[in-house]
Design a protein around this ligand. Sequence first.
Ligand code: FA5
Length: 339
Amino acid sequence: MTAVSLESFLDQLRQFRADASAALDAASDAAAFEAARVEFLGARSGRLKAIQKQLGGLSVADKPAAGRHFNEAKATVEALLTAAQDRVAATTAGVTAEAIDVTLPGTPVPLGHVHPITQTIRRVQEIMGRLGFESVDGPEVEDQWHNFQALAIGAEHPARDPLDNFYLAVARGADPLLLRSQTSTVQIRVMETRQPPLRIVSLGRVYRPDTADATHYPMFHQVEGLLVEKGTTMAHLKSVLRLFASSFLGGDVHVRFRPSFFPFTEPSVEVDMEWGGRWIEMGGAGMVDPAVLEAVGYDPREVSGFAFGLGVERIAARRYGVADIRDFYRNDVRFLQQF
Ligand code: FA5
């Protein structure tokens, strides 16, 4: 065996490390990586193998140091190889993931849409808006003044019964607050802060501990309308409701008033609408009671007004041909996607 000096052996190891490091750094795909592996660490003809063969030509005294340097160089290049392998694998995975065949036909993405009750609310706001009624909101947690007293519903009135309302364990003054049971509260809130002439519509949730059935739900929506102007009469009320009903339901709709009673309107009526050969009760209405106008500081000799309150679920059910309003809240996509 040819004699080998320690210096030349260490030089070869240095060169080997530098070349292997450069080649592995540059390897950007699996083929380049494999070529570098064979060249530097290949078991039969790799450069490390060739250097190892020279160990036999070193003097006995130099062998321990040479062996240590050899093992170090081997470990370093093996570590570089593993790192390069991981890097190439990650890049290749990225390329595979990006390889989308853009010529394939698309698959439909299921799209949601606005809930039929919200669609109804927006439609009502739009129709009433065209008749000059501005949309306003009121709070769902109310005090007893706005839900009852200001609407002339006295302390002894059965509508205030705890069994008919969701009273809260939170009070304002001596009276517990409650979840509003009607949107007529908004009439008062608006009249307290504005002067006539007024044309407003308010749509929102109301709450009553009613047992759910085909026409009742403990949480439902009402549309409240209020007009206060000089010379307002029941004829205006009927015209507005008929115009609204024919715009909302389409076609010719008849409106019928039946005598009724609400403490805050005088006279009071139940509103029925006939459409497609059937009469259906939609809500209550009437001329704003002069006592209510006075309570908010208006002069009933100067202005008069009408108000109405309709059940949104009921008018939506009528329009969409839904037999049971509970279906609106079952969250069954097969039902909801029909609208
Ligand atoms: C009222 O709530 C009055 N505030 C209406 C009113 C407004 C009268 C302005 C005069 C002037 P009533 O309790 O009848 O009235 O309810 C009105 C409508 O709400 C009913 O006709 C019905 O369509 C709907 N409604 C009542 N309870 C329920 C319920 N549990 N689930 C679904 N809809 C309901």
